[in-house]
Design a protein around this ligand. Structure first.
Ligand code: SAH
Ligand code: SF4
Ligand code: F3S
Length: 435
């Protein structure tokens, strides 16, 4: 049997899309390769959100090329956001690539592969102007599964390439989403993470409009689903209705990813984020007040064009005030075609690096302090599997999305829910024992 190998980069949307790619190859009689070297089709699913992941895509193709040199029958596929951005150019500049499929072409992938099998090289980066339709696809289901509920983005933050590589925002019909979640629950999924660039604007443009809080309630009615998470919320649209449904529906986990990006209003305005830090803080305080034990995470960009030391200090101050449980922080990286491309990228790399290090350092201390509060607490853990440490050791997550490694005297399976007493709270994982 011929095999396929997929290398996935970028966000959870790409992880979801890679499952769709895998399903197409499974359907036409391939099996998944464990190692890249065994693959007859080598596929990279790329991210272009910053320069670094884009470089990684190029180096993945470099490794694929070496395999193709030894086995010329190997086919190379280039998918995802860089594919959408560069399109046919990739075929011209890289003779080893056999096909390019953009972010909106996965439902045509089977056809594309048929052409490749016939010896053609082709690119499909056509954008589908209709709604977002994704048929239920066969997959190995894990206890914690992703479901895409919308695609694209209309926000045009000045630094961001996503609206260009994923197109305008479109929501998936509620019935399609629920059907997919029923399918996943049937196959053993217990936790669902709903994916969208701005889930708060879900459903408003559907012919039968549904709000995101309404969708959450519908998802929680699916038998077998015990936990619900979602990413990403945009602070400008994070509504009281959503806070209310998070508070009232006990399947929705106490975890919120609400990217602030910067603590400076001047920078936020240049980023076109459409909120001030005061608005953000008001939203967070309300959410924390209404939802006990809420964990918060955020993304930050440091060294945005024009960011002064004072602006950066505002970000540091915000970090201390909000006290996140987790952050993702990046140096600003100019992306082609975005508004910020025309801004003067005037913060020297050395300064960006220093600011990033300071931010991460402060967060390290905050997370150590936050973690210490877990000492001796009993938390609900969904078992995800045995831990690397071996027999009797398991790994899972609590409702706040913290990794919990623990011991159990009885044998457990993925998807079991257990109570664990935390004996050693470490910053990156909590250690404990089942009680
Ligand atoms: N839709 C999500 C984010 C998607 S991109 C949201 O609005 O929050 C994920 C993160 O990458 C962003 O939150 C931002 O922090 C970072 N990012 C996006 N473009 C970037 C750029 N040009 N340079 C550095 N970081 C960037
Ligand atoms: Fe990018 Fe902003 Fe859209 Fe997020 S909301 S995907 S950061 S444009
Ligand atoms: Fe990257 Fe595309 Fe996701 S640019 S972050 S893979 S939407």
């Amino acid at each position: 049997m011929r095999k396929y190998f997929i290398h996935t980069m970028g966000c959870q949307m790409n992880e979801y899309d890679s499952l769709r790619i895998a399903a197409v190859f499974d359907k036409i009689g391939f099996t998944e390769a464990e190692e890249m070297e065994e693959g007859d089709y080598l596929i990279v699913n790329t991210c272009s959100v910053r320069e670094k992941p884009q470089h990684k895509a190029e180096s993945a193709i470099g490794r694929f090329r070496q395999i193709k040199r030894r086995r010329p029958e190997v086919k190379i596929g280039f998918c995802g956001c860089v594919a959408q951005q560069e399109g046919e150019n990739l075929l011209k500049t890289n003779k080893d690539i056999d096909f390019v499929v953009g972010t909106d072409g996965l439902h045509r992938l089977e056809e594309v592969v048929a052409h490749v099998e016939a010896g053609e090289r082709l690119s499909d980066t056509q954008v589908n102007e209709g709604g977002l339709e994704i048929d239920i696809f066969n997959r190995e289901v894990s206890v914690s599964s992703f479901v895409t509920i919308m695609k694209g983005c209309n926000n045009f933050c000045s630094y961001c390439i996503v609206p260009y590589v994923r197109g305008r925002e479109k929501s998936r019909e509620q019935s399609e989403i629920i059907d997919e979640i029923k399918y996943l629950a049937d196959k053993g999924a217990r936790e669902i993470t709903l994916l969208g660039q701005n889930v708060n604007s879900y459903g408003t443009a559907l012919t039968d409009p549904v709000s995101f809080p309404e969708l959450l309630d519908k998802v929680s009615d699916v038998e077998g689903i015990k936990r619900i998470r979602f990413v990403t919320s945009h602070p400008k649209d994070f509504s009281n209705e959503l806070i209310d449904v998070m508070r009232g529906n006990d399947k929705i986990c106490e975890y919120l990813h609400l990217p602030l990006q910067s603590g400076s209003n001047a920078v936020l305005q240049k980023m076109n984020r459409k909120y001030t830090y005061d608005h953000y803080k008001e939203r967070v305080l309300r959410a924390k007040e209404m939802i006990p034990d809420l964990a918060l995470s955020s993304d930050f960009i440091v060294g945005f064009p024009g960011e002064t030391e004072e602006d950066f200090q505002s970000t540091m101050k915000a970090l201390e005030e909000i006290r996140y449980d987790m952050i993702y922080a990046f140096n600003y990286s100019t992306r082609p075609g975005t508004k910020a491309e025309s801004f003067n990228d005037d913060v020297p790399l050395e300064v960006k690096k220093m600011r990033l290090a300071k931010l991460l350092d402060a967060q390290k201390r905050i997370i150590a302090e936050n973690s210490a509060a877990y000492q001796d607490l009993v938390v609900e853990v969904m078992v995800e599997g045995e831990s690397k440490k071996g027999a009797g050791q398991y790994s899972g997550r609590n409702r706040q999305n913290r990794v919990v490694n623990f011991s159990s005297e009885t044998i457990l399976s993925s998807g079991d829910f257990v109570n664990v007493k935390i004996t050693e709270p470490r910053p990156n994982s909590l250690l404990g024992e089942r009680v």
